[in-house]
Design a protein around this ligand. Sequence first.
Ligand SMILES: C[S@@+](CC[C@H](N)C(=O)[O-])C[C@H]1O[C@@H](n2cnc3c(N)ncnc32)[C@H](O)[C@@H]1O
Length: 248
Amino acid sequence: MKAVPPDYYRRLDEAERSHWYHRGMEELSLALLGPRLEQTGLALLDAGCGAGGFLRLAQRLPAFERLCGMDLSAEAIELARRHLPEAELHVGGLVGLPFADASFDVVTLNDVLQHVEEAEVEPSLRELRRVLRSGGALLVRTNGGLRERRVRSDWRLYSRAGLAAELTRGGFRVERITYANAAVSLLRAARRRTPTAPTVTSTGIPGRSGAVATAIGSHLLRAEARYLARPRARLPYGHTLFAVASPA
Ligand SMILES: C[S@@+](CC[C@H](N)C(=O)[O-])C[C@H]1O[C@@H](n2cnc3c(N)ncnc32)[C@H](O)[C@@H]1O
């Protein structure tokens, strides 16, 4: 990521640990991974793991035996290590991962793909496919919009069709792709607030919320997660896109 405020990863860590938005995104992720999590002994790679929020959730699930994370930022990995002393954590980019072919049953890419340099998107997805076992699942969570917006080489907003095409180019078969965060996004859009690229002065990380906003936001995202737990359910709108894909 090119330019972020100096306290970006500290704020990311705080939001990952405590914000209703992150809890809601976790519930949506579990809903979409669905029956895959009924197995045990699985290996997980959280690519672009930040301060380790998703790995901490995974640690509490019986499904996962091996937990790995990696991130471009040494500071993010340092924060993740404090919370996850037993996970395998690496500093580095998505291309050239330090793992053997077919090492993982599940790879997650949470809020990372939109930040990957344009020229590295396809090689990054091919690398994630390489480390995923046949029959394994890639879960992608990224920015969503009804129209695709390529704002900078390191920041874009995907449409549903654009994300599906990106995953197909990367060697994946898309099993499911849906917008999410619909109700909150509608409220934000009504106030002309849409996702924006991080800069040296703005992070895009959700700030502190009051009790009422927390209760409403949590309730809305939990309701979406319950709905999306149905195998064919999908939402037509939202500032978030989720995809589940498997190696083609
Ligand atoms: C918005 S944060 C999301 C962090 C975490 N996955 C989460 O959901 O809270 C984006 C993360 O992706 C990492 N990142 C961006 N580009 C990357 C790349 N090419 N390879 C690895 N990590 C990358 C950043 O350092 C940052 O930690």
